[in-house]
Write a protein that binds this ligand. Structure first.
Ligand code: UD1
Length: 338
C-alpha cells in the first residue's frame, strides 16, 4: 500500500477517488485550494471511511506549492491529478485562467515530481475525440482540434505528459479519458456540488426535480439519433473512482510497459438526453418539466466509449447502470436540501 497525492481531492471525482483509495488501504494526501470545493467534503470522506487523510490547503498555481508537498512527503509513490477547471463555456470567456490553472499548475507539479518519478494519473476527457468518426470510440481514434480552451488544456496536458515521459525514463503516466461522470456515493455523504447554475445535464435535472429550477432545457431535438437528442456515455462516479485505483495499482506494480498510456473510462453504453430524463423520472417517481431549446454550440451528436482496453488491460469495467447512477444523484440532491 502506498502514499498517494490527490490534487483536487475535495472535488467531485477527486473525493470519490479518495474514498476508494482509503478503502483499498492506500494512504492519501489531499491537496485542494477550496475554490470549487469545501472542507465539508473532508467530513463526508471521514464519515464514509472512518479515516482522516492528510489535507493541505494549497493552490498549485503557486509555483512553489507542489515543491512544498514533496518536501513534506518525499515518500509519495503515486499522484492522481484532478485539480483543474472544467466549465467549457467559462473557458471560452477566460482562456488564460484555464491555461494557467490547468497547464501551468501541471508543469509545476511535474517539476516537483521530477526527482521522485511517482506513478501518475491524469484526468483527461473524451472531449479530446470531438465527434469521432466511429462509435463506440476506441483509444486509437484521432484527437481532433479542440472545441474550447478547456478541451485544449486536456489535449495539451496529455502532450506535456508524453514529452516528460520521453525525457524521464522512469516516469510513467496513465491518462484516463472520462466520458460523462454522474451520480454520487451511495451514502449520499459526498457528491457533486455545482457552483451557480449547473452546466451539465444531470445536476440540472436533479435541481429541477427539487424545484430549484423551473424546467430543463433540452438542447436540440433534431440530431441524427433515434430520438433526436444527443447521446453520451454516463458513468457512475463510483465506477470512475474505481478505474483510478485499477490504473494506479497497475502502475505501482510496474505492470505498465509503455511510458504513457490512455484509457477510456466509460460504460460503453450511449444514452440520449430523453433516456436520461426517463431514467430520472423512473427513480424519482415524478415527471420532469422540460422545454426544447436550440442546440448548444460545440455539442457533438454522440459519444460513447469502447471499453475493451480498460477491461482487458486494467481489469476494470463499470458496474452501475444509468438508473442506479440517477438514483444516487437524486438521493444526493435531496440530501442537499436537508
Ligand atoms: C461537457 C463538456 C466536456 C466536459 C464535461 C465536463 C461540452 C461540449 N462538453 O460534456 O468537454 O468534459 O462537460 O463535465 O460542453 N444538455 C441539455 N440541457 C442541459 C445540459 C445539457 O440538453 O441543461 C445536454 C447536452 O446538450 C448534451 C448532454 O445533455 O447532449 C450532456 O451535457 P453535459 O452534461 O453538459 O456534458 P457534455 O456536454 O457531454
Amino acid at each position: 500500500m502506498a502514499k498517494i497525492l490527490v490534487t483536487g481531492g475535495l472535488g467531485y471525482i477527486g473525493s470519490h477517488t479518495v474514498v476508494s483509495l482509503l478503502e483499498t488501504g492506500h494512504e492519501v494526501v489531499i491537496v485542494d485550494n477550496l475554490i470549487h470545493s469545501s472542507e465539508e467534503v473532508l467530513v463526508g470522506i471521514q464519515k464514509i471511511t472512518a479515516q482522516t487523510p492528510v489535507f493541505l490547503e494549497l493552490d498549485l498555481r503557486d509555483p512553489l506549492a507542489a515543491k512544498q508537498i514533496f518536501d513534506a512527503h518525499p515518500n509519495i509513490e503515486g499522484v492522481i491529478h484532478f485539480a483543474a477547471f472544467k466549465a467549457v463555456g467559462e473557458s471560452v470567456e477566460k482562456p488564460l485562467d484555464y491555461y494557467r490553472n490547468n497547464l501551468n499548475a501541471l508543469v509545476y507539479l511535474l517539476q516537483a515530481c521530477s526527482d521522485y518519478n511517482p506513478a501518475f494519473i491524469f484526468s483527461s476527457s473524451c472531449t479530446v475525440y470531438g465527434q469521432a468518426a466511429e462509435l463506440p470510440i476506441r483509444e486509437t481514434a484521432p484527437v481532433l482540434q479542440a472545441m474550447s480552451p478547456y478541451g485544449n488544456t486536456k489535449q495539451i496536458g496529455e502532450e506535456i505528459l508524453q514529452d516528460v515521459c520521453a525525457a524521464q525514463p522512469d516516469f510513467k503516466v496513465s491518462s484516463l479519458r472520462y466520458f460523462n461522470p454522474i451520480g454520487a456515493h451511495p451514502s449520499a455523504l459526498i457528491g457533486e456540488l455545482p457552483l451557480g447554475v449547473p452546466q451539465n445535464l444531470v445536476p440540472f435535472i436533479t435541481q429541477t426535480g427539487v424545484g430549484k429550477r423551473p424546467h430543463l432545457s433540452v438542447f436540440g431535438k433534431d440530431y441524427p439519433t433515434p430520438d433526436g437528442t444527443c447521446i453520451r456515455d454516463y458513468i457512475h462516479v463510483v465506477d470512475l473512482a474505481e478505474a483510478h485505483i485499477a490504473a494506479l495499482n497497475r502502475l505501482l506494480q510496474k505492470k505498465q510497459e509503455l511510458a504513457f498510456e490512455v484509457f477510456n473510462v466509460g460504460t460503453g453504453k450511449g444514452s440520449s438526453v430523453l433516456e436520461v430524463i426517463t431514467a430520472f423520472e423512473k427513480v424519482s417517481g415524478q415527471s420532469l418539466p422540460y422545454v426544447w431549446a436550440a442546440p448548444r454550440p460545440g455539442d457533438v451528436t454522440a459519444a460513447f466509449a469502447h471499453t475493451q482496453k480498460a477491461e482487458e488491460v486494467l481489469g476494470w469495467r463499470a458496474r452501475f447502470s444509468l438508473e442506479e447512477a440517477m438514483a444516487s444523484a437524486w438521493a444526493w440532491e435531496q440530501k442537499l436540501l436537508s
